[in-house]
Ligand binder design. Structure first.
Ligand SMILES: Cc1cc2nc3c(=O)[nH]c(=O)nc-3n(C[C@H](O)[C@H](O)[C@H](O)COP(=O)(O)OP(=O)(O)OC[C@H]3O[C@@H](n4cnc5c(N)ncnc54)[C@H](O)[C@@H]3O)c2cc1C
Ligand code: SF4
Ligand code: SF4
Length: 1024
């Protein structure tokens, strides 16, 4: 982690606005709150404005600024904070990854963030199938650690790659396989907790008689809790049995049903009461959880129906086959599959008249068993086309709707395809850039499966009456009866907020009538707490409140939730008071995003940008993966940017402090544009803000130098090798660091005397005549390739020609990328306009444009459209290719004899190409040439253009690179290849050198530190 992050975290007293915080809006001042806490805990205590705003949101529609944030390192730290706060009437909110959807992870409280330090897997007892973990352990990381024992923590919430055990307990989380596994409460054996007065206790199985003996309503806090628990099992059992819905999934209220049921057997487990308590009863510091064996194999069927209603009606009959998961797929997802290249294979399996589907998964002992299970399901539930009517007649219950077609998947890859279709729902819902958004407030009602059809019908009628668009809204864990429905609501408008309440009120009525629950998955929080009273009735509502009072007499633990006084329309992130003013006119095109504001307000807080490389894969967000700080996530940046533009932060986003603290460490890798389900494009937002900052405050010499590489490079090349020698003069690098801020550890690119343009001319231009060519291209040789990495340019020409392509070299070398990456939008736009002027006529005449450097290719294909409008730039974008993409897309060079190449290479794609989903082409081309390729699921290399050259960024750049180094070291490949110049610079690190430099690829021993590009690997084959 960079030093600056450390410093910001611990010494930002100048931004600490609330050392005398007064939470109750009364006269009590707390002048020593921050210093007192710092004295008492080892972990960081941060009350600065930025940190507080970072923790003001979760994945819900709500926002409330906390008092401050503490990062405990131990149970003692936690107890010290709780004890201090309890004595002074200060609320406390325990928090995990903040992925809650109902607003239970935001409050005006001192937040305890367990994810930074309290994330240790204390022990695993594989024989007893049990693990002891601290509350900040990420579920996916726990499962990764358990995989060698073929065990897992079974509840599988969809956000499990970032959410943590404490959060799973807090929300009683569960996932698609709850039919098989139930909820988290079934797995909590024991919890170490800090009670509301700061005392530490261990909760677990306790004999009821023993509990009665220990209970004392005038005793210690724990004894009073026991007394209340005894009272509940003695006095409330009948009411609990009468009012709690009988469902596989109900996470509303406290788990009194489980308590009463346990009591019948004479033993109760108070640790299980923690599950679903949303941090309102006690703070969990450590938990012992039971584990399940990983299933041997799985089998999946996809059943098709003529309507959503048919599908949900069939759920109860599908359940008779004892599946592990039954998931609903609606017509919008099916439409998406039909219209999206990614789903081509699966779309081919979907019958024309399918309007809904049920994905049914079985756990099986082996493939034969899996096949038998799916065959049994298909035989029972599918009535094929013409035979449908007869088959219905044969059935005793003619009301049963049948699926009219079904398919099955057994290999892991095929099963993944089916699940991919199911999971495609959320991104559609969440990429709305308008004021109307698909808000989660009644999105996880649970209904007994036999009443699902009625619920769906009534729900649809209600929404139609409210004129609400519910497109793409019905996707669900249909098996346990949980439907995710998110109506479009503009919470900025008073009428919509009123509708929200009316819809929630009416839906609660349906739920109660049908024996369901208002929350089968995401908890009460701010959205649903107020409906618990109607769901359970006054009597149990008061019992919840009595239990809360017993645990937390002053109601200081996450107050307002479960049985508190939250009003669902208060503290909305976007409400009637919300205003937006960026403070500058945007300079890029934002038409597709509904204006820049659409993008600024797009992040919905799901925390997907907190996933690790090993567990989430992909690119987003490399800075969080290296620094482990919320401010280095896309979410952190997006939240702070929105808050700065809506007046919640005192700063203007172009101010020094904001630029340095919030945006400076975003490396512009575009990982979020690809991996974020809402497609938040932080790189583009950063460019806008930095551009505005240049306009208002000027720019540094270093920024200008990097942005003007195209102007400097010809000079460097003309003076080579002298220009290169300058760097090796003793003291030169130190001087560069002191004067320009260029990291002394980094060698700047070396210039070549002979440019690619010179070489092309000296060899007599094209070697494949236009008339003999399969295709003709203009090769745009970017500045780095032309003046520095000339081997790559030469290899590009040779390989294209070997593939029968006629090659011309463009005059210009500046793609506009260096200027854009430094926020010089006008300069970049000029470059794009000039490139369009030079190349559009070629494109009109049927030429293609090819680039060797991935980030420049993406500049042509994508970024240029942010800078310029019109058919010429659009047509250039559509006809520009990275070189491997070009070879792959047109299957060029398939007749070339690439020789007996069998070496194995690990391939690291460039993040910009990953962002536009074009990084896979190189793998295909190399494989066809004979290379064995290990395509790494890698993120950004950390170099990110000039980022790694900048002195203050060097250490973060290396930390990001470290993740890639580890992947390369873990690969069985003997060499590494990467198309990006920055990536190869990063990979010339000593450790990777050892692999790359000693490799003899296709007979060519590398005599340089950097690994080769894929195009060079192909070129080596030609040289053979
Ligand atoms: C895209 C997406 C998909 C989701 N899918 C699912 C799903 O399939 N199933 C599901 O159940 N949920 C789902 N959720 C909701 C949420 O991700 C889960 O409930 C998750 O387990 C919460 O974990 P967290 O670490 O983010 O907890 P947080 O949101 O940080 O906290 C959750 C609650 O637990 C409390 N808490 C946290 N730590 C402690 C502690 N140490 N002691 C006491 N209380 C604590 C908090 O106060 C809060 O009330 C989803 C959310 C998103 C954004
Ligand atoms: S940036 Fe994207 S992935 Fe991250 S929290 Fe926001 S919406 Fe989720
Ligand atoms: S551009 Fe890259 S570093 Fe910046 S927020 Fe997005 S994923 Fe993170």
């Amino acid at each position: 982690m960079s030093n600056r992050l450390d410093q910001r975290g611990t010494s930002a007293d100048h931004t600490d606005e609330r050392p005398d915080y007064d939470h109750a809006s009364n006269d009590v001042k707390r002048p020593a709150l921050v210093s007192d806490l710092r004295e008492r805990v080892d972990g960081d205590v941060r009350f600065d404005t930025y940190t507080r705003q970072l923790y003001a949101t979760d994945a819900s529609a709500y926002e409330e600024t906390p008092i401050g944030v503490v990062f405990p390192t131990s149970t003692e730290d936690t107890a010290a904070v709780v004890s201090y706060c309890s004595g002074r009437g200060i609320p406390v909110l325990p928090r995990g990854a903040g992925t809650s959807l109902a607003g239970q992870a935001v409050n005006e409280a001192v937040v305890l963030d367990f994810t930074r330090h309290m994330d240790t897997i204390v022990s695993v007892d594989a024989d007893a199938r049990r693990a002891q973990v601290q509350s900040g352990v990420v579920l996916a990381e726990l499962n990764e650690a358990l995989s060698s024992h073929e065990l897992k923590f079974a509840p599988d919430p969809a956000a499990g790659d970032r959410s943590v055990i404490g959060g799973a307990i807090g929300n009683n989380s569960t996932g698609a396989h709850s039919l098989e596994y139930g909820k988290t409460d079934a797995y909590v054996e024991e919890c170490e907790v800090v009670l509301a007065d700061g005392t530490v206790a261990t909760l677990g199985d306790t004999d009821l008689d023993e509990l009665r003996e220990r209970a004392d309503s005038d005793g210690t806090l724990l004894q009073r809790v026991y007394a209340e628990v005894v009272r509940v099992v003695d006095d409330e059992a009948d009411e609990v049995r009468a009012r709690f819905p009988e469902l596989k999934r109900n996470v509303s209220g406290y788990n009194l049903d489980a308590l009463v049921e346990e009591a019948e057997a004479g033993t109760v487990n108070l640790a299980r009461l923690m599950a679903g308590s949303e941090g309102t009863l006690a703070v969990v510091t450590e938990a012992t959880v039971a584990l399940e064996p990983v299933p041997e194999t799985k089998a999946v069927s996809l059943l098709f129906y003529e309507s959503v209603l048919d599908a949900v009606t069939d759920v109860q009959y599908v359940l008779e086959h004892d599946p592990a998961a039954v998931e609903l797929i609606d017509d919008v997802l099916i439409g998406l599959a039909r219209g999206t290249a990614d789903f081509e294979e699966i779309a081919a399996l979907v019958p024309d008249d399918a309007q809904a589907g049920l994905l049914v998964e079985f756990y099986a002992e082996d493939e034969a068993h899996g096949r038998a299970l799916t065959a049994g399901l298909l035989a029972d539930r599918v009535s094929e086309g013409a035979g449908h009517a007869e088959q219905l007649e044969d059935r005793p219950d003619t009301e049963q709707p049948f699926s009219f077609a079904g398919v099955e998947a057994h290999s892991e890859a095929d099963r993944e395809q089916f699940w991919k279709l199911r999971k495609a729902g959320l991104p559609i819902l969440l990429s709305r850039t308008s004021d109307e958004k698909h808000i989660s407030f009644i999105e996880d009602c649970a209904i007994p499966p036999e009443h699902l059809p009625e619920f769906v019908e009534r729900f649809q009628t209600l929404l139609e009456a409210k004129d609400r668009d519910v497109d793409a809204a019905f996707y669900a864990h249909a098996g346990p009866g949980v439907l995710h429905v998110r109506p479009l609501v503009n919470t900025k408008a008073a009428a919509d907020r009123r509708d929200m309440v009316e819809i929630a009120d009416a839906v609660t009525d349906f739920v109660v009538e049908l024996g369901g629950s208002v929350s089968g998955e995401h908890g009460d929080g701010r959205a649903r707490t107020q409906w618990n009273r109607k769901l359970y009735g006054d009597h149990l509502w008061n019992a919840f409140r009595d239990l809360k009072t017993a645990f937390d007499p002053d109601w200081l633990l996450n107050p307002g939730n479960v049985c508190g006084d939250h009003d669902m329309t208060e503290h909305l992130r976007y409400d009637g008071e919300y205003t937006y003013d960026a403070g500058f006119e945007p300079s890029l095109n934002w038409e597709n995003e509904n204006g820049m504001q659409g993008m600024v307000e797009l992040c919905h807080g799901c925390g997907g940008c907190r996933g690790g490389q090993d567990t989430s894969g992909g690119v987003m967000c490399p800075t969080y993966r290296a620094a482990d700080e919320e401010i280095t996530t896309t979410r952190g940046r997006a939240n702070l940017l929105r808050q700065a533009m809506s007046g919640d932060l005192p700063d203007d986003p172009t101010d020094d402090e904001f630029a340095e603290e919030v945006l400076d460490l975003c490396i512009g890798c575009k990982g979020c544009a690809r991996d974020c389900p809402s497609e938040v494009d932080m790189a583009k937002l950063k460019t806008e803000v930095i551009h505005a900052r240049h306009q208002e405050h000027g720019s540094s010499l270093r920024d200008k130098l990097f942005a003007n590489f195209d102007a400097l490079a010809p000079l460097g090349s003309a003076l080579a090798p002298l220009s290169n020698l300058a760097q090796s003069v003793p003291g030169a690098r130190t001087l560069a660091e002191k004067t320009l801020g260029i990291a002394r550890e980094q060698a700047l690119p070396e210039f070549q005397r002979e440019t690619v343009h010179d070489w092309f001319e000296s060899r007599g231009g094209a070697h494949v005549a236009e008339g003999d060519a399969e295709r003709k291209v203009v090769f745009f040789v970017d500045s780095y390739t032309n003046y520095s990495h000339t081997e790559v340019g030469k290899a590009t020409v040779r390989v294209l020609e070997a593939a029968g392509v006629h090659v011309r070299v463009a005059e210009r070398t500046d793609s506009g990328r260096p200027a854009l990456s430094k926020g010089f939008v006008e300069k970049s736009r000029d470059a794009v306009e000039s490139n369009v002027a030079e190349l559009a006529p070629y494109v009109r005449d049927g030429w293609d444009v090819v680039l060797a450097e991935p980030s420049d290719a993406v500049m042509f294909q994508s970024d240029a459209l942010d800078l310029c409008d019109g058919p010429a730039v659009e047509s250039l974008a559509a006809n520009a290719y990275g070189v491997c993409e070009y070879l792959d897309a047109f299957r060029l060079g398939e007749n070339v004899d690439w020789g007996p190449t069998t070496e194995s290479v690990a391939y690291h794609g460039h993040c910009h190409q990953k962002a536009v989903k074009k990084d896979h082409h190189a793998v295909g081309v190399l494989r066809r040439a004979g290379y064995e390729v290990d395509p790494l699921d890698s993120g950004c290399c950390g170099m990110a253009g000039s980022f790694g050259y900048e002195a203050e960024h060097y250490s973060l750049s290396k930390s990001i690179g470290e993740i890639l180094f580890e992947q390369i070291e873990a690969s069985e490949a003997t060499a590494v290849t990467a198309p990006g110049t920055s990536c190869r610079t990063q990979l010339s690190d000593d450790r990777i050198d050892a692999v790359a430099a000693e490799s003899s690829l296709s007979g060519t021993t590398l005599d340089r530190e950097e690994p080769p590009t894929p195009i060079e690997l192909l070129d080596y084959c030609l040289a053979e």
